[in-house]
Design a binder for this molecule. Structure first.
Ligand code: ATP
Ligand code: MG
Length: 693
C-alpha cells in the first residue's frame, strides 16, 4: 500500500491507534491519505463496515468510494463513506424513535423550510424575509440553541420575533414528522449525548472515523465527532486552515485549535509537497494567502516545474469576459496535440448567478458544459413533483409534500379548499392527510371538494400499498409507468409549457428518473448517501424512501466530457488541468465588504475577518488548477440594476505575477485559431478522401 505515497503520507496512513491530524496545504495529498488509510486498515484486517469516512459532498463521497475500490476492490463497498448529513440520516433513521420520529421521516429542503416559515408567521411575510429568518434560525440551530434558548438570549425585537417563529416552526416540523438539514447534525448529536445506549451502540459500531476537509466543520459537527469516537479517540482528520471558506455557515477554525487540547496524544502530521500544480500556480497561491495570519506554519512546494505563467485577462463586461473564456478554452485545445478534453476545463466564480453569461457563450460555441453546485437534477420542478408523491406515500404526515402532490397535476381541488383543510388540520393538531379522514371534516369543506379530497387520500393509500408489494426492476418500471399514466403527468407537462421542446425535455427527465429508480429496485445501483448498500432487489417503497431522502441532500452527477462551471465553494477538494477564475473584480472577489446585500453582511461584523475568508476563497480557487490558470476581471460590474466602473481585484496584484508574461497576447490567440482552422480543414479533406482509400 506504499505505492504513490511519500514518507509523511505513509506515516499518517500507518498510524491507526489514536487521534491523528493531517494539516497541510492544498494539493498535498490529504484526501489521498484518507483513501489509502481506509485500504490499509482493511488490509490489516479491520472490518470495512467499522470504518466511516466523512466527506464534504456526496460527490466527494462517491469519488472516494471509487478510489478505495481501485485500491482494494469490492471490500471497499461496505465502508461507510458519506457526508455528515448522510451519516445523520442514517443515525436518525435507526435511532430517532427515542426522539419521537418514525423511521420514515421526511427531510425539508430550503424551499420547504421557507414555505413553512412563511406559514408559521401567518402567511403575511414575503419570501425574502422568510429566507432571512431561515438563515438566523439555521445559525442558532448550528450553535445548538433551542427556540427557548434563542429567545432568552435575543438582543433585539427582531431576534425575539424570529425566536417566536422558530418555536412554531419546530412544532410544525415535529407534526410533519420532518427534519431540516441542521437537524441532521443536531439530532444525532442529541442522540449520542442524551441516550447512553445509543452512544454505546455507535461507538462500538465504528472502529475508526476519518474526516476530510476538517477545517469546514462547525461546532455541532465537532461535538458529534467527539461523541462518535468516544474516549478511545480513534480518528483521522485532514484539513487546511487556509481553505476554511464556510465561516458564514458556522464553520470554525476553533475546531482545529481544540483538537490538541481535547486529545493530548494527538499526532499531528504535516505534508509539504504539492502534487497538483505547477510552481507558477503554487507561487501565486502562496502569495495570495501570505497576508493572512498563520494558525500553523506551513510550507508547500511543487516539483512539477515552473509551467505556463498565470494569465490575467481584462474584459469590458461579463459578456465580454465570457467570450474571452470560451476563446481561451478553444485556443488551449487547438494548441495541444492531442487536445485536452472538455472535462479538463473549469470556469470558477464566486456566486451562482454569475454562471449565466458563461452558459450562454458556451452554448453559442457548441461546447458541452455542466453547472455544478448550482441547480442539481433534484432541484428541477418535475423531479421535485415526483419526489413529493414519494414523500407523501412514505410519510403521510409530510404536509409540504401533500400540498405539492395534490397540485401536480392539478385535480380540481382549489386553493380555498386546501386553506380550509389546512386550518382544520391545525385546529385538530393533525397533518393535512390525517385530517382527510377525520369525521368532522365534512363540516369544514363543501361536499364536492370533500369527494375530491377523499379520492386523493384513498389513491395515496393505494399507491403506498402497491409500492410496498412491487419488487425488482421490471415490476417497478411498470408500476411507475402506470402511476404516471393514472395521474396524467405527461399531459400536465405539455399543458404547462408553452414550448413543446421544453416539455419534452422535462418528460425525458421524468422517464430517466423513473428508470434510475427501477434500477435501484433491481439492486443495480448503490445508495450514494451511504445509508443502505443495495445488493438484493428492493421494494419500490424502500427505494422511494431512500430517493426522497437522497433527493434533498445529494447531486446525481455523471462523469461526462463537459466543461465544468462551478462556484468556488463547490470546487473545494477538486482539481482540473485548466482553470479560469472569473469575476476576479474588486467588489465581487473580495465581495464588496460594505455592500448592502448578501449573506456576508450578517456573518461577522468584523470586516477584516471577512476579508481573510475571501482571501482563502481565492486561494481555494487558484489551487484547483493543475497546469494552466487564468484570472479574469471586468471593467464594469453590475451593482443592483446599474453598471458601475470596476477595478481588478486586489488579489490579482497580490498574486505577484510577472507583468511581462501575464497578459494574454492577441497574436497567440490568432495563432491558435489558425491552427484550429488548419486542423479542421485537414480533417475535412481526410474525410473526403476516405471513401476512395
Ligand atoms: P485539497 O486541499 O485541494 O483537498 P489534497 O491535499 O486533498 O488537496 P489530493 O487531492 O489528495 O490533495 O491530492 C492532489 C493530487 O496529487 C491528486 O491528483 C493526487 O492523486 C496527487 N498526489 C497526492 N499524493 C501523491 C503522491 N505521493 N504521489 C503522486 N501523486 C500524489
Ligand atoms: Mg482534499
Amino acid at each position: 500500500m506504499s505505492a504513490g505515497l511519500n514518507l509523511a503520507q505513509l506515516q499518517a496512513v500507518h498510524y491507526t491507534d489514536g487521534a491523528c491530524l493531517v494539516l497541510a496545504g492544498a494539493g498535498s495529498g490529504k484526501t489521498r491519505v484518507i483513501t489509502h488509510k481506509i485500504a490499509h486498515m482493511i488490509e490489516r484486517g479491520m472490518e470495512p463496515k467499522r470504518i466511516a469516512a466523512i466527506t464534504f459532498t456526496n460527490k466527494a463521497a462517491a469519488e472516494m468510494r471509487e478510489r478505495a475500490k481501485g485500491l482494494i476492490g469490492r471490500r471497499a463497498k461496505d465502508v461507510l463513506v458519506c457526508t455528515f448529513h448522510a451519516l445523520g440520516v442514517r443515525m436518525v433513521r435507526e435511532d430517532g424513535a427515542v426522539l419521537g420520529l418514525k423511521p420514515q421521516f421526511s427531510i425539508m429542503d430550503a424551499d420547504d423550510v421557507a414555505g413553512i416559515l412563511k406559514d408559521a408567521a401567518g402567511g403575511t411575510t414575503d419570501l425574502a424575509t422568510a429566507r432571512q429568518w431561515q438563515w438566523t434560525i439555521s445559525k442558532w440551530k448550528n450553535m445548538g440553541l433551542t427556540s427557548g434558548q434563542a429567545l432568552a438570549q435575543a438582543t433585539d425585537d427582531n431576534e425575539r420575533s424570529i425566536a417566536v417563529v422558530m418555536a412554531r416552526y419546530e412544532e410544525r416540523l415535529a407534526a410533519y414528522q420532518s427534519v431540516d438539514f441542521d437537524d441532521l447534525i443536531g439530532m444525532p448529536l442529541k442522540l449520542l449525548r442524551d441516550f447512553p445506549e445509543v452512544r454505546a451502540k455507535w461507538q462500538a459500531a465504528l472502529a475508526h472515523v476519518l474526516v476530510d476537509e476538517y477545517q469546514d466543520t462547525n461546532a455541532t459537527q465537532y461535538e458529534l465527532l467527539k461523541l462518535l469516537v468516544g474516549e478511545r479517540g480513534h480518528f483521522t482528520a485532514v484539513g487546511d486552515d487556509d481553505q476554511s471558506i464556510y465561516g458564514w455557515r458556522g464553520a470554525t477554525l476553533d475546531n482545529l485549535k481544540k483538537l490538541p487540547l481535547d486529545y493530548p496524544a494527538l499526532k499531528v502530521i504535516k505534508l509539504e509537497q504539492n502534487y497538483r500544480s505547477t510552481s507558477a500556480i503554487l507561487r501565486a497561491a502562496n502569495n495570495v494567502i501570505g497576508p493572512n495570519p498563520k494558525l500553523f506554519p506551513k510550507t508547500l512546494f511543487s516539483e512539477l516545474g515552473e509551467g505556463d505563467p498565470v494569465r490575467v485577462v481584462d474584459a469590458d463586461t461579463e459578456e465580454h469576459e465570457a467570450d474571452r473564456a470560451v476563446a481561451r478554452i478553444q485556443s488551449l485545445r487547438a494548441a495541444a496535440n492531442p487536445p485536452p478534453a472538455w472535462k479538463d476545463f473549469a470556469i470558477l466564480y464566486r456566486a451562482n448567478h454569475q454562471a449565466k453569461p458563461f452558459e450562454k457563450a458556451l452554448r453559442r460555441a457548441n461546447i458541452p458544459y455542466k453547472v455544478s453546485g448550482g441547480t442539481s437534477f433534484f432541484d428541477r420542478a418535475e423531479i421535485k413533483d415526483l419526489c413529493a408523491w414519494f414523500r407523501l406515500w412514505i410519510n403521510n404526515d409530510d404536509d409540504p409534500a401533500f400540498l405539492r402532490a395534490i397540485g401536480s397535476p392539478k385535480r380540481g381541488i382549489g386553493h380555498t379548499t386546501l386553506a380550509a383543510l389546512g386550518a382544520f388540520a391545525t385546529q385538530h393538531k393533525q397533518s393535512m392527510f390525517g385530517a382527510l379522514f377525520n369525521g368532522m371534516l365534512p363540516a369544514a369543506v363543501p361536499k364536492r371538494a370533500l369527494d375530491g379530497l377523499h379520492e386523493f387520500g384513498r389513491y395515496i393509500n393505494d399507491l403506498e400499498h402497491r409500492a410496498r408489494h412491487t419488487h425488482g426492476a421490471e415490476a417497478s418500471r411498470a408500476f411507475l409507468a402506470d402511476w404516471l399514466k393514472e395521474i396524467g403527468y405527461e399531459q400536465h407537462l405539455y399543458d404547462g409549457e408553452d414550448s413543446e421542446k421544453v416539455a419534452a425535455a422535462r418528460w425525458t427527465n421524468v422517464l430517466e428518473f423513473c428508470d434510475w429508480m427501477a434500477q435501484r429496485a433491481g439492486g443495480q445501483i448503490d445508495d450514494t448517501a451511504g445509508a443502505v448498500v443495495a445488493k438484493e432487489t428492493k421494494s419500490l417503497l424502500e427505494v422511494s424512501q431512500t430517493i426522497a431522502l437522497l433527493s434533498t441532500i445529494s447531486e446525481r452527477e455523471q462523469e461526462q466530457d463537459m466543461v465544468t462551471l462551478s462556484t468556488l465553494h463547490a470546487s473545494k477538494g477538486l482539481e482540473w488541468p485548466h482553470v479560469i477564475l472569473v469575476g476576479v473584480t474588486e467588489g465581487m472577489l473580495p465581495f464588496k465588504l460594505d455592500d448592502d446585500e448578501g449573506r456576508q453582511l450578517k456573518v461577522a461584523d468584523d470586516t477584516l475577518q471577512r476579508l481573510q475568508e475571501e482571501r482563502r476563497l481565492m486561494y481555494v480557487g487558484i489551487t484547483r488548477a493543475q497546469r494552466t490558470l487564468a484570472v479574469s476581471w471586468t471593467k464594469k460590474r453590475k451593482k443592483g440594476r446599474e453598471m458601475v466602473a470596476a477595478r481588478p481585484s486586489r488579489f490579482i496584484a497580490e498574486m505577484g505575477l510577472d507583468k511581462a508574461t501575464t497578459r494574454e497576447d492577441p497574436r497567440e490567440k490568432l495563432k491558435a485559431l489558425r491552427a484550429e482552422f488548419a486542423a479542421k480543414a485537414q480533417a475535412a479533406s481526410a474525410a473526403n478522401a476516405a471513401p476512395t482509400a
